[in-house]
Design a protein around this ligand. Structure first.
Ligand code: PEP
Ligand code: MG
Length: 560
């Protein structure tokens, strides 16, 4: 028995044989020896780009079906890197001026680009550096005539052990055959880890070099604890078998909850359970998970990872498809929330000293006609397809709502003049700025519903940047300060006769279920996988327990 430790990056247990993927340097050298002129190398480079773009296109569509749009967007970004004009310029320079073969030129140019990104001391960009290396290595392989196939899996199930696992390779794995993943390098926040999680493959990364020379051994991989046990004792195997059976039983039990309502055990309180999505392709999985509506469609995802904004027609089709899928169930589509941490290069926005306090959300959108007009026209045209709710982000004051209503009226008038059909909608706002809580009574008179965005409300209330790793310990959505904001908001909504939901991450946390129900929220919206456990938590509560939990949480003298 040998046990190795690593970083747990994707939860779950696998029990299968080990399959060692060849290390670098053990792979077959690519065939070479053909013509070696700069022109021939340039042609090789261009062909490589074309074939990788084609592959990425197909892989992206496939991954989107299997793991959702947010995950597939990683491959979309890979396509942008493969077609990047700066990368191309540097590769061509190395081929023409330094006489390098195409594959070498691509690797060198990729390295320069990756090092630049990696040196910027920004976790997001250093993530990009890994993606650049991944794409460069694929392009270089294609340019030297290698066919980038994954090694075959000789058994029904295997735990794959690799030195390095670029995201593009993880994206191509078949979870039906690959029971688990071990990577000697990498980390929990890498794109490869993210894809493994969305494919549901248990994974342990950063084990360091493993002293294994042959595969074929039986092994247990514990992706929850970060353990790989090679040739485990029968008792250990038995223990893990039991755990796998328990997890499977739990999945079945959660599945059985799908059609049951999100109500307390005593039947005294029912909340609507909805989903957050970023792309129409997620609608189906959401419905399968038992969603009663869409509580937040983040339309900015339609704008990310591309070079031009989506047209009115493209937006119309996206909105209509979600509205159609949900039929009579409410679909809350949020107008573009760009700025802050979500940047879109082609919008040419000026850099800001404090982007979270700057030109973001409704402030930016309402002042850019090229953004609001196509979006509002698309929404109004899609409205007849379902139960449309339009939601404005980052609102701080009622006059912003009035201004947005003016834009909606203008878009509607324009469409009517053109003889285009439009439909009804309800208008609501995110409550995510403390100012909005302070004037929630006035805002409640101006709109049809509220949805509390605890991600931002927490950062603005506690003055803690939601993305700054140095202060993550202080980022506490359950602190009394934030919960009092929630309580005040719900009270103002109910006094004015409108409903109040929540769509920040907190809304999908089973540990917070009691407090949220006790505070009187009418709707909770979360990522689809969070729905069953959240519903289970709510159905195990009584209203009295929930109310007691909320009252205690509001009075706590600690940050939670
Ligand atoms: C929020 O701020 O809580 C929210 C749901 O919006 P986003 O995470 O998109 O800023
Ligand atoms: Mg927000």
């Amino acid at each position: 028995v040998t046990e190795f430790r690593g970083v747990p990056v994707s939860p779950g247990v696998a029990l299968a044989r080990l399959l060692l993927w060849p290390r670098k340097g053990e792979q077959q050298p690519a065939a070479g020896g053909e013509e070696r002129s700069p022109e021939a190398e340039e042609a090789r480079f261009r062909q490589a780009v074309e074939s990788i773009l084609h592959e990425l296109h197909e892989e992206r569509a496939d991954l989107e079906r299997r793991a959702g749009a947010e995950t597939a967007a990683i491959l979309e970004a890979h396509a942008l890197i493969a077609a990047d004009p700066e990368l191309e310029g540097e590769v061509l320079r190395l081929i023409r001026e330094e006489g390098l073969p195409a594959a070498q030129a691509i690797l060198n140019a990729g390295n320069v680009m990756a090092e630049l990104l990696g040196s910027l001391d920004d976790p997001y960009l250093s993530q990009r550096a890994d993606d650049v290396r991944d794409v460069a290595s694929r392009l270089a392989g294609a340019a030297s005539g290698e066919v980038d196939r994954l090694p075959p899996i000789p058994w029904e199930h295997a735990i794959v052990v690799a030195e390095d696992l670029p995201p593009s390779r993880v994206a191509r794995l078949d979870p039906a055959r690959v029971a688990g993943l071990v990577c000697e390098r990498g980390g929990a926040t890498s794109h490869a880890a993210f894809i493994a999680r969305s494919l549901g493959i248990p994974a342990v990364f950063a084990t360091g070099r493993l002293p294994l020379s042959d595969g074929g051994y039986q092994a247990v991989l514990d992706g929850t604890e970060g353990r790989l046990i090679v040739e485990p004792e029968p008792a250990v195997v038995e223990q893990y078998r039991q755990r796998m059976a328990e997890e499977a039983a739990r999945t079945v039990a959660l599945e059985a909850l799908r059609l049951l309502p999100g109500e307390t055990r005593d039947g005294r309180r029912r909340v609507e359970l909805a989903v957050n999505i970023g792309h129409p392709s997620e609608a189906e999985a959401a419905l399968r998970a038992g969603a009663e509506g869409v509580g937040l469609f983040r339309t900015e995802f339609l704008f990310l990872d591309r070079r031009t904004p989506p047209s009115e027609q493209e937006q119309y089709e996206a909105y209509r498809s979600v509205l159609t899928a949900f039929g009579e169930r409410p679909v809350i589509i949020r107008t573009l929330d760009i700025g802050g941490d979500k940047q879109v290069p082609y919008l040419n926005l000026p850099p800001e000293e404090n982007p979270f306090l700057g030109w973001r959300g409704i402030r930016l959108w309402a002042s850019r006609e090229d953004l609001w007009r196509p979006q509002l026209r698309a929404l109004l045209r899609a409205a007849p397809a379902g139960n449309l709710h339009i939601m404005l982000p980052m609102v701080a004051s009622p006059d912003e709502v009035e201004a947005a209503r003016g834009l909606l009226e203008e878009a509607r008038r324009e469409l009517a003049e053109q003889g285009t059909e439009t439909g009804p909608y309800r208008l609501g706002i995110m409550i995510e700025v403390p100012a909005a809580v302070a004037v929630a009574d006035q805002l409640a008179e101006a709109v049809d519903f509220f949805s509390i965005g605890t991600n931002d409300l927490t950062q603005y209330t506690l003055a803690v940047d939601r993305n700054n790793p140095r202060v993550t310990g202080l980022y506490r959505p359950l602190s009394p300060a934030v919960l009092r904001m929630v309580e005040q908001t719900v009270r103002a909504a109910h006094q004015a006769g409108i409903w109040c939901g929540m769509c920040g991450e907190l809304a999908g946390s089973p540990a917070a279920a009691a407090v949220l129900i006790g505070l009187g929220l009418d709707e909770l919206s979360m990522a689809a996988p969070a729905l069953p456990p959240m519903k289970e938590a709510i159905r195990n509560l009584t209203l009295a327990q929930a109310e007691a939990a909320a009252a205690a949480a509001l009075l706590r003298r600690k940050q939670a």
